[in-house]
Design a protein around this ligand. Sequence first.
Ligand code: F6P
Length: 341
Amino acid sequence: MAKKIAILTGGGDCPGLNPAIRGVVLKAAKLGYECLGIQEGWKGMIQADARPLTPDGVREIVGEGGTILGTSRTNPFKKDGGPEKVLEAFKTLGLHALVAMGGEDTLGVAARLHKEHKVSVVGVPKTMDNDLGATDFTFGFDSAATLSMEAAERLVDTGRSHRRAMVLEVMGRHAGWVALYTAIGAGADYLCLPERPVDVKELCAKVKAAHDKKKVALVVASEAVEFAGDKKEERLDEFGHMLLKERGVGERLAKIIETQTRIETRHAVIGHMQRGGAPTLFDRILGTRVGVKAAELVHAGEFGKMAALKGTEVVGVGLEAATAKLKTVTPDWLRLSDDLL
Ligand code: F6P
């Protein structure tokens, strides 16, 4: 009987997950394995909830958004007997290995399960936030930032017609990569990132100067931007993250700009639209490559590893190293954006 590899997708979904699932299944079949799809991330693993994934079943999902497996933000380490239930599911489902696709949370769980419970797990990095260490890019990011760049350009069109300042709030949690790429790609006039507190005086001066010249100004802001003097009393999810959608960064910035510059200002929040839709070509290829690599890592018995993009190569790196530290926007990139914006 063929050995079984289970695949799960955890945390926020993003374009590229289906190509990655397809990559694992097609390569695993070539190597002589059968695949099972765990439903809704670690929640499904705790409940041993799985269905077969066949090469024919995944062949046509390369351009589909979302994840055919469903996802959740369940943390087994926050559930009574969670890790033990994962080990039990390994036995019930007769698994040889598990491929966990996720960001810092899902892969952080995978790293702990491997280290503390010797679980045969391999990681696949995904997140539109692009904030995972040990890989140059994560799939999902290119699709998300391409969409927000296009949205920003549309805001400029309407803003120019109405002689307004426009603020676009984008996702990206505590790393400003999505905002940074959106702002540079769309030629924004100001960029607000979680990596540095908003300088209201500078923001308003730049908006005013841009509006004076062009009759429109564009500000791109990351959802997790900090304002000096704010109290931290936000609600947290199972992984201890703030629920950022409740912060209203775009709206706040628009009010500040309008009050201080007297320029009529509107804001838009792109939010979860950035997580849906067909993956870009880049994300289809990257998803496919890391999926294929994950199947190869399983076959080589290299558990506790993650398939990572390093330069132009996809290689195996330690899951622990990959999840140890969040990859935030570096001083080099901040300097580059300061030179442009
Ligand atoms: O981590 C990806 C992400 O899209 C963040 O950018 C965002 O803050 C968060 O997920 C939103 O999560 P949810 O889908 O739980 O609202």
